[in-house]
Ligand binder design. Structure first.
Ligand code: CAA
Length: 422
Protein backbone atom coordinates (compact mmCIF):
# COMPACT_ATOMS: atom_id res chain seq x y z
CA UNK A 1 0.00 0.00 0.00
CA UNK A 2 1.36 3.43 -0.95
CA UNK A 3 1.11 5.72 2.06
CA UNK A 4 0.81 9.46 1.47
CA UNK A 5 2.34 8.85 -1.94
CA UNK A 6 0.90 12.00 -3.44
CA UNK A 7 2.26 15.09 -1.81
CA UNK A 8 -0.58 17.56 -2.10
CA UNK A 9 0.32 21.17 -1.46
CA UNK A 10 -1.54 23.15 -0.33
CA UNK A 11 -3.70 20.64 1.50
CA UNK A 12 -7.44 21.01 2.06
CA UNK A 13 -10.06 18.70 3.47
CA UNK A 14 -12.18 17.85 6.48
CA UNK A 15 -10.99 19.20 9.82
CA UNK A 16 -13.95 18.05 11.93
CA UNK A 17 -17.17 16.07 11.47
CA UNK A 18 -20.45 15.81 13.32
CA UNK A 19 -23.53 13.69 12.64
CA UNK A 20 -26.99 14.58 13.90
CA UNK A 21 -28.90 11.44 14.87
CA UNK A 22 -32.63 12.00 15.54
CA UNK A 23 -33.52 10.52 18.90
CA UNK A 24 -36.47 8.40 17.70
CA UNK A 25 -36.12 5.26 15.64
CA UNK A 26 -38.44 2.67 14.18
CA UNK A 27 -37.34 -0.97 14.02
CA UNK A 28 -37.35 -2.73 10.66
CA UNK A 29 -38.48 -5.92 12.41
CA UNK A 30 -41.64 -4.08 13.52
CA UNK A 31 -42.17 -2.73 10.01
CA UNK A 32 -41.74 -6.23 8.55
CA UNK A 33 -44.44 -7.51 10.91
CA UNK A 34 -46.81 -4.68 9.93
CA UNK A 35 -46.18 -5.31 6.23
CA UNK A 36 -46.39 -9.10 6.59
CA UNK A 37 -42.92 -9.54 5.14
CA UNK A 38 -40.20 -11.90 6.30
CA UNK A 39 -38.03 -9.73 8.58
CA UNK A 40 -34.84 -11.16 7.03
CA UNK A 41 -35.76 -9.51 3.75
CA UNK A 42 -35.17 -6.14 5.43
CA UNK A 43 -32.43 -7.03 7.91
CA UNK A 44 -30.39 -9.36 5.68
CA UNK A 45 -31.67 -8.77 2.14
CA UNK A 46 -31.33 -4.97 2.46
CA UNK A 47 -29.07 -4.86 5.54
CA UNK A 48 -31.32 -2.35 7.40
CA UNK A 49 -31.97 -2.62 11.15
CA UNK A 50 -33.63 0.68 12.08
CA UNK A 51 -34.78 3.91 10.49
CA UNK A 52 -34.55 7.33 12.12
CA UNK A 53 -37.88 9.11 12.50
CA UNK A 54 -38.31 12.85 13.02
CA UNK A 55 -40.39 14.16 15.92
CA UNK A 56 -43.12 16.61 14.83
CA UNK A 57 -41.00 19.63 15.84
CA UNK A 58 -38.02 18.61 13.68
CA UNK A 59 -37.31 19.26 10.01
CA UNK A 60 -34.28 19.50 7.68
CA UNK A 61 -33.43 22.95 9.10
CA UNK A 62 -33.43 21.89 12.78
CA UNK A 63 -31.38 18.80 11.92
CA UNK A 64 -28.86 20.93 10.00
CA UNK A 65 -28.65 23.44 12.86
CA UNK A 66 -28.10 20.64 15.39
CA UNK A 67 -25.28 19.10 13.33
CA UNK A 68 -23.67 22.52 12.80
CA UNK A 69 -24.05 23.51 16.46
CA UNK A 70 -22.39 20.35 17.70
CA UNK A 71 -19.54 20.82 15.23
CA UNK A 72 -18.86 24.38 16.40
CA UNK A 73 -19.24 23.74 20.11
CA UNK A 74 -17.41 20.42 20.44
CA UNK A 75 -14.48 21.59 18.37
CA UNK A 76 -14.33 25.02 19.93
CA UNK A 77 -14.73 26.86 16.64
CA UNK A 78 -15.26 30.60 16.73
CA UNK A 79 -18.34 31.32 14.54
CA UNK A 80 -16.44 34.27 13.05
CA UNK A 81 -13.97 31.82 11.48
CA UNK A 82 -16.71 30.58 9.11
CA UNK A 83 -16.85 32.43 5.77
CA UNK A 84 -18.99 30.06 3.73
CA UNK A 85 -21.95 27.82 4.56
CA UNK A 86 -22.95 25.30 1.91
CA UNK A 87 -25.92 23.03 2.51
CA UNK A 88 -26.39 19.96 0.35
CA UNK A 89 -29.94 18.64 0.51
CA UNK A 90 -32.52 16.66 -1.39
CA UNK A 91 -35.26 17.86 0.97
CA UNK A 92 -35.15 21.63 0.45
CA UNK A 93 -37.94 23.36 2.35
CA UNK A 94 -38.54 26.32 0.05
CA UNK A 95 -38.36 26.76 -3.72
CA UNK A 96 -36.32 29.93 -3.24
CA UNK A 97 -34.87 30.43 0.26
CA UNK A 98 -31.84 28.30 1.19
CA UNK A 99 -31.58 26.28 4.40
CA UNK A 100 -28.04 27.73 4.71
CA UNK A 101 -29.47 31.18 5.51
CA UNK A 102 -31.69 29.82 8.30
CA UNK A 103 -28.80 28.01 9.95
CA UNK A 104 -26.47 30.97 9.48
CA UNK A 105 -28.78 32.88 11.83
CA UNK A 106 -29.34 29.97 14.22
CA UNK A 107 -25.59 29.37 14.62
CA UNK A 108 -24.85 33.06 15.18
CA UNK A 109 -22.44 33.31 12.24
CA UNK A 110 -20.86 36.52 10.99
CA UNK A 111 -22.68 38.53 8.30
CA UNK A 112 -19.47 38.39 6.18
CA UNK A 113 -20.42 34.90 5.08
CA UNK A 114 -21.74 33.43 1.83
CA UNK A 115 -24.63 30.99 2.31
CA UNK A 116 -26.01 28.72 -0.39
CA UNK A 117 -27.82 25.42 -0.90
CA UNK A 118 -26.86 22.89 -3.55
CA UNK A 119 -29.34 20.47 -5.10
CA UNK A 120 -28.17 17.36 -6.92
CA UNK A 121 -30.03 14.45 -5.26
CA UNK A 122 -27.68 12.54 -2.91
CA UNK A 123 -24.58 13.84 -4.74
CA UNK A 124 -25.31 17.36 -3.42
CA UNK A 125 -23.26 16.68 -0.26
CA UNK A 126 -20.14 15.82 -2.25
CA UNK A 127 -20.78 18.77 -4.59
CA UNK A 128 -20.92 21.00 -1.48
CA UNK A 129 -17.65 19.53 -0.21
CA UNK A 130 -15.94 20.10 -3.60
CA UNK A 131 -17.18 23.69 -3.67
CA UNK A 132 -15.95 24.28 -0.12
CA UNK A 133 -12.50 22.80 -0.86
CA UNK A 134 -11.93 25.08 -3.86
CA UNK A 135 -13.13 28.17 -1.97
CA UNK A 136 -10.92 27.35 1.01
CA UNK A 137 -7.85 27.39 -1.24
CA UNK A 138 -8.84 30.58 -3.08
CA UNK A 139 -7.23 33.86 -1.95
CA UNK A 140 -10.73 35.35 -1.47
CA UNK A 141 -11.38 33.09 1.53
CA UNK A 142 -8.67 34.99 3.46
CA UNK A 143 -7.95 32.07 5.77
CA UNK A 144 -11.58 31.51 6.75
CA UNK A 145 -13.15 28.05 6.88
CA UNK A 146 -16.22 26.59 5.23
CA UNK A 147 -19.08 24.81 6.94
CA UNK A 148 -20.63 22.06 4.81
CA UNK A 149 -23.94 20.75 6.10
CA UNK A 150 -26.05 17.96 4.61
CA UNK A 151 -29.59 17.28 5.81
CA UNK A 152 -32.41 15.06 4.59
CA UNK A 153 -35.60 13.22 5.36
CA UNK A 154 -35.90 10.17 3.10
CA UNK A 155 -39.59 9.40 2.57
CA UNK A 156 -41.17 6.93 0.18
CA UNK A 157 -44.86 6.06 0.02
CA UNK A 158 -46.13 3.86 2.84
CA UNK A 159 -46.17 0.20 1.75
CA UNK A 160 -43.85 0.89 -1.20
CA UNK A 161 -40.67 -1.15 -1.87
CA UNK A 162 -38.60 1.87 -0.80
CA UNK A 163 -40.32 2.20 2.62
CA UNK A 164 -37.86 -0.03 4.54
CA UNK A 165 -34.93 2.10 3.31
CA UNK A 166 -36.29 5.39 4.71
CA UNK A 167 -34.31 7.47 7.20
CA UNK A 168 -33.40 10.95 8.42
CA UNK A 169 -30.28 12.72 9.62
CA UNK A 170 -27.73 15.46 9.01
CA UNK A 171 -23.97 15.89 8.88
CA UNK A 172 -21.70 18.89 9.39
CA UNK A 173 -18.11 19.16 8.15
CA UNK A 174 -15.56 21.83 8.85
CA UNK A 175 -13.58 22.29 5.64
CA UNK A 176 -10.21 24.00 5.89
CA UNK A 177 -6.64 24.19 4.67
CA UNK A 178 -4.26 21.74 6.37
CA UNK A 179 -7.10 19.68 7.85
CA UNK A 180 -6.52 17.50 10.90
CA UNK A 181 -8.89 14.69 9.93
CA UNK A 182 -9.01 13.85 6.22
CA UNK A 183 -7.26 15.65 3.36
CA UNK A 184 -8.82 15.21 -0.06
CA UNK A 185 -6.58 14.34 -3.00
CA UNK A 186 -7.23 17.49 -5.02
CA UNK A 187 -5.03 16.36 -7.91
CA UNK A 188 -7.51 13.74 -8.94
CA UNK A 189 -11.23 13.32 -9.48
CA UNK A 190 -13.42 11.11 -11.61
CA UNK A 191 -16.95 12.31 -12.31
CA UNK A 192 -19.95 11.01 -14.25
CA UNK A 193 -23.28 12.40 -15.42
CA UNK A 194 -26.10 10.67 -17.26
CA UNK A 195 -29.73 11.78 -17.61
CA UNK A 196 -31.81 8.94 -16.16
CA UNK A 197 -35.16 8.74 -14.37
CA UNK A 198 -34.21 6.30 -11.61
CA UNK A 199 -35.35 8.35 -8.60
CA UNK A 200 -36.86 11.84 -8.41
CA UNK A 201 -39.21 13.95 -6.31
CA UNK A 202 -41.63 16.31 -8.10
CA UNK A 203 -42.08 19.72 -6.42
CA UNK A 204 -45.64 18.81 -5.37
CA UNK A 205 -44.60 15.63 -3.54
CA UNK A 206 -43.00 14.92 -0.15
CA UNK A 207 -42.15 11.40 -1.21
CA UNK A 208 -39.67 10.28 -3.84
CA UNK A 209 -40.68 8.28 -6.89
CA UNK A 210 -38.26 5.49 -7.62
CA UNK A 211 -37.71 2.77 -10.19
CA UNK A 212 -36.04 0.63 -7.56
CA UNK A 213 -34.22 -2.10 -9.47
CA UNK A 214 -33.32 0.25 -12.32
CA UNK A 215 -31.81 2.69 -9.76
CA UNK A 216 -29.46 -0.07 -8.60
CA UNK A 217 -28.28 -0.59 -12.17
CA UNK A 218 -27.72 3.16 -12.63
CA UNK A 219 -25.71 3.32 -9.38
CA UNK A 220 -23.49 0.38 -10.39
CA UNK A 221 -22.93 1.74 -13.89
CA UNK A 222 -21.80 5.09 -12.42
CA UNK A 223 -19.46 3.26 -10.01
CA UNK A 224 -17.92 1.25 -12.84
CA UNK A 225 -17.20 4.38 -14.91
CA UNK A 226 -15.81 6.50 -12.10
CA UNK A 227 -13.68 3.80 -10.45
CA UNK A 228 -12.20 2.69 -13.77
CA UNK A 229 -11.31 6.27 -14.72
CA UNK A 230 -9.96 7.11 -11.26
CA UNK A 231 -7.51 4.23 -11.48
CA UNK A 232 -6.56 5.22 -15.03
CA UNK A 233 -5.89 8.85 -14.01
CA UNK A 234 -3.93 7.95 -10.87
CA UNK A 235 -2.25 4.62 -11.61
CA UNK A 236 -3.44 3.50 -8.19
CA UNK A 237 -4.43 -0.08 -7.55
CA UNK A 238 -7.16 -1.65 -5.40
CA UNK A 239 -4.59 -2.39 -2.67
CA UNK A 240 -3.64 1.30 -2.36
CA UNK A 241 -7.01 1.97 -0.67
CA UNK A 242 -7.18 0.84 2.95
CA UNK A 243 -10.97 1.31 2.91
CA UNK A 244 -13.79 2.18 0.53
CA UNK A 245 -16.83 4.16 1.59
CA UNK A 246 -19.95 4.33 -0.55
CA UNK A 247 -23.14 6.28 -0.85
CA UNK A 248 -25.36 3.87 1.10
CA UNK A 249 -29.11 4.03 0.33
CA UNK A 250 -29.23 0.69 2.20
CA UNK A 251 -26.18 -1.32 3.35
CA UNK A 252 -26.65 -4.17 0.85
CA UNK A 253 -26.10 -1.59 -1.94
CA UNK A 254 -22.53 -1.07 -0.69
CA UNK A 255 -21.94 -4.80 -0.73
CA UNK A 256 -23.24 -4.95 -4.33
CA UNK A 257 -20.91 -2.06 -5.18
CA UNK A 258 -17.91 -3.79 -3.60
CA UNK A 259 -18.73 -7.01 -5.48
CA UNK A 260 -18.75 -5.00 -8.70
CA UNK A 261 -15.28 -3.67 -7.86
CA UNK A 262 -13.93 -7.18 -7.18
CA UNK A 263 -15.33 -8.25 -10.54
CA UNK A 264 -13.58 -5.33 -12.26
CA UNK A 265 -10.35 -6.30 -10.46
CA UNK A 266 -10.69 -9.98 -11.37
CA UNK A 267 -10.45 -10.84 -7.66
CA UNK A 268 -11.82 -14.26 -6.77
CA UNK A 269 -15.21 -13.99 -4.96
CA UNK A 270 -13.88 -16.47 -2.38
CA UNK A 271 -12.06 -13.45 -0.95
CA UNK A 272 -15.22 -11.36 -0.69
CA UNK A 273 -16.01 -11.87 3.02
CA UNK A 274 -12.44 -11.19 4.14
CA UNK A 275 -11.96 -8.10 1.98
CA UNK A 276 -15.44 -6.74 2.73
CA UNK A 277 -14.91 -6.99 6.47
CA UNK A 278 -11.44 -5.40 6.12
CA UNK A 279 -12.31 -2.54 3.77
CA UNK A 280 -16.06 -1.80 3.97
CA UNK A 281 -18.16 -3.38 6.74
CA UNK A 282 -17.47 -0.91 9.57
CA UNK A 283 -18.54 2.06 7.48
CA UNK A 284 -22.05 0.60 7.12
CA UNK A 285 -23.00 0.51 10.81
CA UNK A 286 -24.42 4.05 10.87
CA UNK A 287 -26.47 3.47 7.71
CA UNK A 288 -27.97 0.25 9.08
CA UNK A 289 -29.10 2.22 12.18
CA UNK A 290 -30.35 5.47 10.58
CA UNK A 291 -31.58 4.33 7.16
CA UNK A 292 -30.97 6.32 4.00
CA UNK A 293 -29.83 9.83 4.85
CA UNK A 294 -29.38 10.82 1.18
CA UNK A 295 -26.80 13.67 1.03
CA UNK A 296 -25.34 12.74 4.44
CA UNK A 297 -24.95 9.09 3.57
CA UNK A 298 -21.30 9.24 2.47
CA UNK A 299 -20.34 11.31 5.54
CA UNK A 300 -22.23 8.99 7.87
CA UNK A 301 -20.19 6.17 6.30
CA UNK A 302 -16.99 8.16 6.92
CA UNK A 303 -17.98 8.83 10.53
CA UNK A 304 -18.85 5.12 11.01
CA UNK A 305 -15.48 4.05 9.65
CA UNK A 306 -13.73 6.44 12.06
CA UNK A 307 -15.89 5.30 15.00
CA UNK A 308 -15.94 1.55 14.37
CA UNK A 309 -13.04 0.80 11.99
CA UNK A 310 -9.27 1.03 11.86
CA UNK A 311 -8.65 4.54 10.58
CA UNK A 312 -4.98 5.52 10.84
CA UNK A 313 -2.81 8.42 9.73
CA UNK A 314 -1.52 8.20 6.14
CA UNK A 315 -4.08 5.65 4.97
CA UNK A 316 -5.81 6.44 1.68
CA UNK A 317 -9.55 5.78 1.46
CA UNK A 318 -11.71 5.72 -1.67
CA UNK A 319 -15.07 7.50 -1.60
CA UNK A 320 -17.91 6.86 -4.06
CA UNK A 321 -20.76 9.36 -4.19
CA UNK A 322 -23.93 8.78 -6.23
CA UNK A 323 -26.91 11.06 -6.80
CA UNK A 324 -29.88 9.79 -8.77
CA UNK A 325 -30.79 11.50 -11.94
CA UNK A 326 -27.73 11.05 -12.18
CA UNK A 327 -24.35 12.43 -11.06
CA UNK A 328 -21.51 10.52 -9.45
CA UNK A 329 -17.91 10.92 -8.38
CA UNK A 330 -15.07 8.75 -7.17
CA UNK A 331 -12.49 10.58 -5.07
CA UNK A 332 -9.98 9.73 -2.40
CA UNK A 333 -8.52 11.16 0.78
CA UNK A 334 -5.83 10.61 3.40
CA UNK A 335 -6.33 10.38 7.13
CA UNK A 336 -4.31 13.10 8.81
CA UNK A 337 -2.53 13.48 12.14
CA UNK A 338 -5.62 14.13 14.34
CA UNK A 339 -7.24 10.85 13.33
CA UNK A 340 -5.86 9.15 16.45
CA UNK A 341 -7.97 11.52 18.59
CA UNK A 342 -11.11 10.90 16.52
CA UNK A 343 -10.75 7.16 16.07
CA UNK A 344 -13.39 5.27 18.19
CA UNK A 345 -14.20 8.64 19.75
CA UNK A 346 -16.74 10.47 17.55
CA UNK A 347 -19.71 9.93 19.95
CA UNK A 348 -21.67 8.06 17.26
CA UNK A 349 -21.90 4.95 19.47
CA UNK A 350 -23.42 6.99 22.28
CA UNK A 351 -25.85 8.78 19.94
CA UNK A 352 -27.10 5.47 18.54
CA UNK A 353 -27.51 4.05 22.03
CA UNK A 354 -29.40 7.01 23.49
CA UNK A 355 -32.42 6.72 21.21
CA UNK A 356 -36.01 5.78 21.85
CA UNK A 357 -37.85 3.11 19.84
CA UNK A 358 -41.32 4.06 18.62
CA UNK A 359 -44.32 1.88 17.81
CA UNK A 360 -45.86 1.41 14.37
CA UNK A 361 -48.74 3.76 15.29
CA UNK A 362 -46.34 6.53 16.32
CA UNK A 363 -44.31 6.00 13.13
CA UNK A 364 -47.45 6.64 11.05
CA UNK A 365 -48.55 9.54 13.28
CA UNK A 366 -45.17 11.33 13.20
CA UNK A 367 -45.01 11.00 9.47
CA UNK A 368 -48.49 12.53 9.08
CA UNK A 369 -47.50 15.33 11.51
CA UNK A 370 -44.41 16.09 9.40
CA UNK A 371 -46.52 16.44 6.28
CA UNK A 372 -49.17 18.52 8.05
CA UNK A 373 -46.66 20.99 9.50
CA UNK A 374 -45.42 21.89 6.07
CA UNK A 375 -48.83 23.39 5.29
CA UNK A 376 -50.00 26.86 6.28
CA UNK A 377 -51.98 27.01 9.52
CA UNK A 378 -50.67 24.15 11.68
CA UNK A 379 -48.58 26.39 13.87
CA UNK A 380 -47.65 24.75 17.20
CA UNK A 381 -46.40 26.21 20.48
CA UNK A 382 -43.41 23.86 20.92
CA UNK A 383 -40.56 25.45 22.82
CA UNK A 384 -36.86 24.65 22.72
CA UNK A 385 -35.35 22.71 25.61
CA UNK A 386 -31.87 21.59 26.61
CA UNK A 387 -32.45 18.39 24.59
CA UNK A 388 -34.05 20.05 21.56
CA UNK A 389 -32.43 23.42 21.07
CA UNK A 390 -33.97 24.02 17.64
CA UNK A 391 -37.71 23.64 17.20
CA UNK A 392 -39.80 23.85 14.01
CA UNK A 393 -43.20 25.23 14.99
CA UNK A 394 -44.96 25.14 11.64
CA UNK A 395 -45.88 27.64 8.94
CA UNK A 396 -47.57 30.96 9.73
CA UNK A 397 -48.21 33.74 7.20
CA UNK A 398 -46.45 31.47 4.69
CA UNK A 399 -43.23 31.66 6.73
CA UNK A 400 -41.57 28.77 8.51
CA UNK A 401 -41.40 29.45 12.22
CA UNK A 402 -38.53 28.31 14.45
CA UNK A 403 -37.77 28.74 18.13
CA UNK A 404 -34.27 28.09 19.38
CA UNK A 405 -31.59 28.87 21.91
CA UNK A 406 -28.91 30.74 19.94
CA UNK A 407 -26.16 28.18 20.31
CA UNK A 408 -23.14 30.36 20.18
CA UNK A 409 -24.24 33.29 22.33
CA UNK A 410 -22.48 32.04 25.48
CA UNK A 411 -19.40 31.31 23.41
CA UNK A 412 -19.52 34.80 21.93
CA UNK A 413 -19.66 36.22 25.45
CA UNK A 414 -16.71 34.04 26.44
CA UNK A 415 -14.75 35.29 23.45
CA UNK A 416 -15.68 38.91 24.23
CA UNK A 417 -14.53 38.38 27.86
CA UNK A 418 -11.21 37.05 26.67
CA UNK A 419 -10.73 39.98 24.31
CA UNK A 420 -11.52 42.38 27.21
CA UNK A 421 -8.96 40.63 29.43
CA UNK A 422 -6.29 40.81 26.74
N1 CAA B 1 -34.33 -13.41 3.56
C1 CAA B 1 -33.17 -12.85 3.13
N2 CAA B 1 -33.11 -12.07 2.00
C2 CAA B 1 -34.24 -11.86 1.31
C3 CAA B 1 -35.48 -12.42 1.71
C4 CAA B 1 -35.50 -13.23 2.89
N3 CAA B 1 -36.62 -13.78 3.35
N4 CAA B 1 -36.41 -12.01 0.82
C5 CAA B 1 -35.80 -11.24 -0.09
N5 CAA B 1 -34.49 -11.14 0.19
C6 CAA B 1 -33.44 -10.39 -0.50
C7 CAA B 1 -33.52 -10.45 -2.02
O1 CAA B 1 -32.93 -11.61 -2.53
C8 CAA B 1 -32.80 -9.18 -2.38
O2 CAA B 1 -31.40 -9.36 -2.27
P1 CAA B 1 -30.47 -9.31 -3.58
O3 CAA B 1 -30.71 -7.97 -4.21
O4 CAA B 1 -29.09 -9.45 -3.04
O5 CAA B 1 -30.92 -10.43 -4.44
C9 CAA B 1 -33.17 -8.21 -1.27
O6 CAA B 1 -33.66 -9.01 -0.19
C10 CAA B 1 -34.28 -7.24 -1.67
O7 CAA B 1 -35.32 -7.98 -2.23
P2 CAA B 1 -36.10 -7.42 -3.52
O8 CAA B 1 -35.14 -6.98 -4.55
O9 CAA B 1 -37.12 -8.41 -3.90
O10 CAA B 1 -36.78 -6.17 -2.82
P3 CAA B 1 -37.79 -5.12 -3.41
O11 CAA B 1 -37.97 -5.31 -4.87
O12 CAA B 1 -39.00 -5.13 -2.56
O13 CAA B 1 -37.05 -3.71 -3.13
C11 CAA B 1 -35.37 -2.08 -3.63
C12 CAA B 1 -35.65 -3.50 -3.14
C13 CAA B 1 -35.67 -1.99 -5.11
C14 CAA B 1 -33.91 -1.77 -3.37
C15 CAA B 1 -36.28 -1.09 -2.83
O14 CAA B 1 -35.97 -1.14 -1.47
C16 CAA B 1 -36.18 0.35 -3.31
O15 CAA B 1 -36.84 0.76 -4.26
N6 CAA B 1 -35.35 1.18 -2.58
C17 CAA B 1 -35.21 2.59 -2.90
C18 CAA B 1 -34.32 2.86 -4.08
C19 CAA B 1 -32.86 2.78 -3.76
O16 CAA B 1 -32.44 2.84 -2.65
N7 CAA B 1 -32.03 2.65 -4.82
C20 CAA B 1 -30.60 2.57 -4.64
C21 CAA B 1 -29.84 3.11 -5.81
S1 CAA B 1 -30.33 4.82 -6.14
C22 CAA B 1 -29.50 5.72 -4.94
O17 CAA B 1 -28.57 5.27 -4.35
C23 CAA B 1 -30.00 7.09 -4.63
C24 CAA B 1 -30.74 7.03 -3.35
O18 CAA B 1 -30.18 7.27 -2.31
C25 CAA B 1 -32.15 6.65 -3.38
Amino acid sequence: MKLNSINIEPKAGIDAISIFVPNKYFSLETLAKARNVDKEKYTIGLGCKKMSVLSPFEDPVTMAANAGMELLEKNDIDPDEIGYVIVGTETGIDASKPIAVYIHEMLGLNTNCRCIDIKNACYAGTAALRNALHWTLSPGSRGKKALVVTTDVAFYNLRSAGEPTQGAGAAALLVSKNPGLLSIDLNNESVYTREVMDFWRPNYSNTAIVRGHYSLECYLEALEHTYKNYKKYTNLSFDDFSHFIFHTPFPKMASKAFKQMLKMENIDFDNFDRLFSQKVANSLIGGSELGNVYTSSLFLALNSLIEFGQAAEGRRIGLFSYGSGSSAEFLSGFFEKDISQWSHNTSLTEKLKNREAISYDRYVLYRAAYEQRMKEGYYGDDQPSENSRFVFRGVKNHQRQYSYFPCTSSKKEEIADQIDKN
